[in-house]
Design a protein around this ligand. Structure first.
Ligand code: IPM
Ligand code: MN
Length: 356
């Protein structure tokens, strides 16, 4: 198959880790006789420096014309003092919105080889864990009306959250569909004891659940969910939640896998195109040092093959190679135990390539 992939390396470690994923994709193309055509575009801080705006129109157009998008990370201290509308993060939110990517899949599982990197007590993870966070990605408080105004106590700021029935229905369906390919269990996370959006969320999830009698559904309040994730992560299969709760809980889930450098994500909409990115950020402190962990981005590329191109064997191959490298004891700095030998980003990529 021939596929056009747009690369959005972004800032910080973005170019290093996207470079690693491209090497893996090229090897897969060769091995399975595909042709991947890559085009690299600007977004985030590098786009601000080059064009004055975080998300140039050419970038959006290129992504819309592609078969899929692979993104590194955006942002960094250099652009931290810019006003909200021209911050690098705007590029990410803008791309998700322009591409209609309302479903964010963030799998978090414990690799047996990495169980010592998990900060939880071993008896809490003896059964392992393998969960899929389904985060709503184009609605809620990250996209609501916001501003500054004069309030009762002087100057104040506000952000607003709203969710329509349609938005909750479609993310709920995404979660139930995902559960059907897994262990048939959905935990819907909200704050229905306080928020009206959560009450609508809960009602709607249950209405959709009726269409999936083979999937078990439960509700959980977000504060409790934050606790259960570190007490008994093995109890979760698919977790579905709003944009902000999903943002926070997915970082928590990443930590218990051992490192945020391991977690991939897929952002999907109504088409197969999608955008694939590691859930970690641009890590400006280690940028340019060739020590970043490329695995999250490599696994994101595997998700792209699986979801956007329906290339199951190819995706499995990448996941198996990553597993093999970890089982062989290979570690980048973020997942190494004290005193353990560490590989650079390039060396870890080489090791995965050798195992493909
Ligand atoms: C993420 C990031 C983004 C988000 C930021 C950079 C806008 O934290 O992908 O989780 O909040 O969605
Ligand atoms: Mn986040």
């Amino acid at each position: 198959m021939q596929k056009r992939i747009v690369l959005v390396p972004g800032d910080g470690i973005g170019p290093e880790i996207v470079g690693s994923a491209v090497r893996v994709l090229e090897k897969i193309a060769e091995k399975f006789h595909h042709e991947f055509l890559f085009e690299t575009v600007l977004a985030g801080g590098c786009a601000i420096d080059a064009t004055g705006e975080p998300l140039p129109k050419e970038t959006v157009d290129a992504c819309l014309a592609s078969d899929s998008v692979l993104l590194g990370a955006v942002g960094g201290p250099k652009w931290d003092t810019l006003p909200g509308a021209v911050r690098p993060e705007k590029a990410l939110l803008g791309l998700r919105s322009a591409l209609g990517l309302y479903t964010n899949l963030r799998p978090a599982k414990l690799y047996p080889a990495l169980k010592d990197a998990c900060p939880l007590r071993q008896d809490l993870i003896s059964g392992g864990f393998d969960l899929m966070m389904v985060r709503e990605l184009t609605g809620g408080i990250y996209f609501g009306e916001r501003g500054r105004r004069e309030g009762k106590y002087g100057p104040e700021a506000y952000d607003t959250e709203s969710y329509s029935v349609m938005e909750v229905e479609r993310i709920a369906r995404a979660a139930f569909d995902a559960a059907r390919k897994r262990r048939h269990r959905v935990t819907s996370i909200d704050k229905a004891n306080v928020l009206e959006t959560s009450r609508l969320w809960r009602e709607t999830v249950h209405r959709v659940a009726a269409e999936y009698p083979d999937v078990e559904v439960e509700d959980m309040l977000v504060d409790n969910a934050a606790m259960q994730l570190v007490r008994n992560p093995g109890r979760f299969d698919v977790v579905v939640t709003s944009n902000m709760f999903g943002d926070i809980l997915s970082d928590e889930a990443s930590q218990i896998t051992g490192s945020i450098g391991m977690l991939a994500s897929a952002s999907l909409g109504a088409t197969t195109r999608g955008m694939y990115e590691p859930i970690h950020g641009s890590a400006p402190d280690i940028a340019g040092k060739n020590i970043a962990n490329p695995i999250a981005t490599i696994l994101s590329a595997a998700m792209m093959l699986r979801y956007a191109f329906d290339m199951t064997a190819e995706a499995d191959d990448i996941e198996r190679a990553v597993d093999a490298a970890l089982s062989d004891g290979l570690r980048t700095a973020d997942i190494a135990a004290k005193g353990e030998n560490t590989l650079t980003c390039t060396e870890m990529t080489d090791a995965i390539l050798e195992r493909l």
